[in-house]
Structure formats: structure tokens, C-alpha cells
Design a protein around this ligand. Structure first.
Ligand code: FES
Ligand SMILES: [Fe+2]
Length: 318
């Protein structure tokens, strides 16, 4: 999948515990776990010996032990033990290259840009503050951009969601958009909710639907490969502050959002072409959120290609 100088959400912090778990992202499979200090560790889920899945193995003294022949790899991917020949040197190629990851705002992020050099921080928003959230996730048979675009699109609501929150919604819309580096906000002009409802997109794969001061929905769209993604939905609330009741209500809100997602899913999964890069969609002014996102994406890929070409030039000159 094409790269750009960005951090992508690849998992929710809640999913990563002390036991190894496999996640397929960007067409490759990774094993993740949380070490004794609480840090998230991520390695390719493929043993360099003969290709077994490390996520089927076990953690032994902080290292992951392959289920097939028991080779162990530390948190940086170095092989530390080969049981069948413990006294011989470990071959140089017997190692794993860990992807660069970090954790912020309850998400695990993966860097998809050039290795080394300066890094931006993962995108964040002031809207994250003070909310209790419940969370669900679901896999979609669709490119993550198609799924994300359905969430930032106002004009599908009176049709796809006509039996839920889009009932009686006027399909004629005037959408205002404000852009900022790495993000944008959009809202419906001239509607009663104009003063408090808006959507905020944090490039590349997080979306916040601010439905009011006390409730908002946050979604992230983790790419599995060119044809699938995993969507996370957080129902965030701050109208109930009592700890367990607040959390229970947030979890219920997240669970109820499955119905809304179920309305989008068959439409988005059937869109052609699946990969939005190939698309020849005929876009209108009412698609302004989609065109804004696609422009950000095109510019991100272009910047990456230019930087990569510059790096190649510098290394051939040196
Ligand atoms: S395949 Fe992993 S130790 Fe052999
Ligand atoms: Fe929708």
C-alpha cells in the first residue's frame, strides 16, 4: 500500500494486553503485546526461521517464543535463543525488523513514512478531553478510504440512514468546511444543529463527530490491506460522571452504533472500484468533505515520493 509521512491508527490500546495478539495491517501481519512496563511491542508475525506465526507462541521472560521450534526474539526483534543449537552463534539474518509504533489518545499508531529523520507527533485534537468512552470494532470488506469517506459524508444520511437518524432529514444541504494543516472541520449550514454539531477529520484515519458538548463519536479506520479495513467506533460521553455507570452507558452507546454501521456496510462494500486511488467518481460540491480528504491524500503521497526521491539522490551522491 502506498506510503506517506504519517502515523496511522492500527489498533486500539484496549486490545493490546500481556498476551500476544495478531493484527493484519497494510497487507502484512504483526504480533503485538504489552510488556511488563506497559509499553506496546510490535513485531512482524513471521518467524525468520521457517515462517511460523509468532502470535501463536508464548512470552518467555519478555521474549516471544516461536511455537514451531522454540526460537526466541526480544522486544527489538533480535533472536536470543535457538534451543536446537544453543551453543552456536546466532545467524545474522535470524532477526525481525520491528515497525515503528507509538501509543497516544488510546490508539496504537504505526509510522508509514521514511525510517529515521524528524517525526511529527501523531495527530490529536482538543476534542479528546474528559470523555468516558465505550468501543466496538468491526471488519469491513472495503478499502479504508471508502469506509472513512462514508463517515465524513453528510449527503448519504437521508438515504442510507432513512430508518434511523436520517429520518426526515432534508437531502438538500449546504456544507461549510474549514481546513487546517492535517485536519478539517465540516458542518451543515442553516440547520438547528449548526452551532454544536460538526465533524473533524484528523488525517490520515481518525474522524470525530461532535454531536454536542456532552456526546461525540470517534472512529478510526485501520487498513488491513487494499480490500479490507477494521473500523473502531468510540461512543464518548460526559453527561454521566459516576465511574461504572458512565462507562456502562458509553459501552451501551458504542454497542448501539452497530445498527447504524450495519446500514452503511452493504453500500460501501459494494462500491466500485474498491481502491479509491483508481476511482473515476464524478464528484459534486456536496462531496466537499470527500474531495478535501482526497486532496490531502494526494498531497501526502506526492510529498512522500518527493522526499524518497531526494533521499535516493543524496545517497547516490554520497
Ligand atoms: S519456524 Fe519459528 S522457530 Fe522454526
Ligand atoms: Fe453512514
Amino acid at each position: 500500500m502506498e506510503r506517506s509521512q504519517h502515523w496511522y491508527v492500527v489498533a486500539s490500546s484496549r486490545e493490546i494486553r500481556s498476551e500476544p495478539v495478531a493484527k493484519r495491517r497494510f497487507g502484512a501481519t504483526y504480533v503485538l503485546w504489552r510488556n511488563r512496563s506497559g509499553e506496546v511491542i510490535c513485531l512482524p508475525d513471521r518467524c525468520p526461521h521457517r515462517g511460523a506465526s509468532l502470535s501463536q507462541g508464548a512470552l518467555v521472560g519478555g521474549a516471544i517464543q516461536c511455537p514451531y521450534h522454540g526460537f526466541r526474539f526480544d522486544e527489538r526483534g533480535a533472536c536470543t535463543h535457538i534451543p536446537c543449537q544453543p551453543d552456536k552463534p546466532i545467524p545474522i539474518r535470524m532477526k525481525l525488523e520491528p515497525p515503528e509504533i507509538c501509543e497516544r489518545d488510546g490508539w496504537v499508531w504505526m509510522w508509514r513514512g521514511q525510517p529515521g529523520g524528524a517525526r511529527p507527533s501523531p495527530p490529536t485534537s482538543e476534542l479528546y478531553a474528559d470523555f468516558v468512552y465505550g468501543e466496538i470494532s468491526s471488519e469491513w470488506d472495503a478499502h479504508f478510504v471508502r469506509v472513512l469517506e462514508a463517515q465524513i459524508d453528510y449527503t448519504h444520511v437521508p438515504f442510507v440512514h432513512r430508518s434511523s437518524f436520517g429520518r426526515n432529514m432534508d437531502p438538500k444541504m449546504d456544507i461549510a468546511i474549514e481546513t487546517a494543516p492535517g485536519s478539517f472541520r465540516a458542518r451543515l449550514v442553516g440547520r438547528p444543529e449548526e452551532s454544536f454539531q460538526f465533524i473533524e477529520l484528523l488525517y490520515p484515519n481518525v474522524w470525530i463527530n461532535r454531536t454536542g458538548d456532552k456526546v461525540q463519536i470517534i472512529s478510526a479506520f485501520a487498513p488491513i490491506d487494499e480490500h479490507r479495513c477494521e473500523m473502531y467506533v468510540r461512543f464518548c460521553q460526559r453527561f454521566l460522571t459516576a465511574p461504572w455507570i458512565g462507562r456502562a452507558v458509553a459501552e451501551l452507546g458504542a454497542w448501539l452504533s452497530r445498527r447504524i454501521i450495519g446500514e452503511d456496510l452493504p453500500i460501501v462494500a459494494a462500491q466500485l472500484p474498491q481502491a479509491v486511488e483508481e476511482t473515476r467518481d464524478v464528484l459534486l460540491a456536496s462531496d466537499v468533505t470527500v474531495t478535501t480528504y482526497r486532496k490531502m491524500r494526494r498531497m501526502a503521497f506526492k510529498a512522500y515520493r518527493e522526499q524518497a526521491a531526494g533521499d535516493d539522490q543524496r545517497s547516490s551522491n554520497s
